[in-house]
Design a protein. Structure first.
Length: 349
């Protein structure tokens, strides 16, 4: 009897020691399709953000063997309703988790509509070099062949790996690993919804095995200049997309509304037609910084090409699309309105 008791005691100690060796992963849930529920498994209609985080974790076989997992519900919205306020809440919670040594890695479940924007915002504001990984799904949890459980498994595997450290904020989808800065949603319905048009994936995951091909150079993390601690809001920045024969109505309306910055989704190399060039010139004279981005999905907007940025007073977005250029300009405006300094941010981050 004593031998049996000793055996069971040693077995429990071994199990406890093994469990302690597993990385601690905190999953922060924000809602989205991955937490969606539909009326029928064979129909695409569903409601986002219906399932709580505990149900998402329970739906992933073997995830408990990758890490010791805990979950928190930060919000429960479709990502079309993502807000700057939720971004700031996420940022504060991640920084607190690492400051208080609550986890070794963080995974965020998120809708795909604005997932790339959240990833970039966090890549500029999280002040630690520890893993932060975003994922989601294109099919709701109740659908045939739902992709959420596999994506969540892969995200936890990545966050638990040594490869994720010092790599900036990452986004995992359909076994591909993307830099949070460069990931872009490029398909409205397919499960392979994300790409990085200018760089491609930086790694892949297969059967829970992480392979990284490269490490992003343009990442901020602990060296970020954008400390938003204590802020309750960010400067309002608007996006104006151009098209053939576009009037300056939107630009003028945003100026009248008192926005603090404007990003133009220009034509080709971020080009502006004559009436919008005149409106941009007016905005700059009023002290409203303007960033020239492009509606084209790949490539970069270059200084002093068809547009004389020095004369016009504009900043170029480099290779950031308008939705991401807006984020960097919002954060940049918490530090400065100087054209040269803002331009350097776009070249550095």
């Amino acid at each position: 009897m004593k031998k049996l008791f000793l055996f069971l005691f040693l077995l429990l100690i071994s199990i406890a020691l093994f469990a302690q060796k597993l990385p601690r992963i905190k999953i922060l849930a924000t809602g989205g399709t991955i937490a969606g529920r539909g009326a029928s498994a064979d129909r695409s209609a569903y409601t986002s953000g219906e399932l709580p985080i505990k149900d998402l974790i329970a739906a992933v076989p073997g995830i408990d063997k990758l890490a010791t997992i805990t979950g928190e519900q930060i919000s429960n919205v479709g990502s079309q309703d993502m807000t700057v306020a939720i971004w700031m809440k996420l940022n504060q919670r991640i920084n607190d988790i690492y400051k208080n040594n609550e986890a070794d890695g963080v995974v965020i479940t998120h809708g795909t509509d604005t997932q790339e924007e959240t990833a970039y915002f966090l890549s500029l504001t999280v002040r630690y070099d520890k893993p932060v990984v975003l994922t989601g799904s294109m099919r709701p949890a109740t659908a045939i062949s739902a992709d959420g459980p596999k994506n969540l498994y892969d995200a936890v595997a990545l966050a638990a790996s040594k490869e994720a450290a010092n790599s900036g904020v990452l986004l995992v989808f359909s076994e591909n690993i993307f830099s949070g800065r460069d990931a872009v949603k490029t398909n409205t319905t397919h499960v392979e919804a994300f790409t990085s048009p200018n760089t491609g994936p930086i790694g892949q995951i297969y059967d829970g095995h992480v392979v990284m091909y490269e490490s992003p150079l343009r990442k901020a993390n602990k060296n970020t200049p954008f400390d938003i601690t204590g802020l309750t809001s960010l400067p309002e920045v608007a996006i104006v997309e151009l098209y053939a024969d576009a009037p300056a109505t939107a630009l003028n309306a945003y100026m009248a509304a008192g926005v603090k910055g404007i990003v133009t989704g220009g034509l080709g190399n971020g080009n502006l037609n004559k009436v919008n060039t005149a409106a941009v010139e007016s905005a700059v004279k009023k002290g409203i910084p303007v960033v020239r981005a492009s509606r084209v999905s790949s490539g970069r907007v270059t200084l002093l090409d068809e547009t004389d940025d020095e004369k016009l007073g504009t900043v170029v977005s480099d290779d950031l699309l308008p939705q991401k250029a807006r984020i960097l300009l919002m954060l940049g405006l918490t530090k400065t309105k100087d054209q040269k300094q803002l331009q350097q941010y776009f070249f550095d981050y």
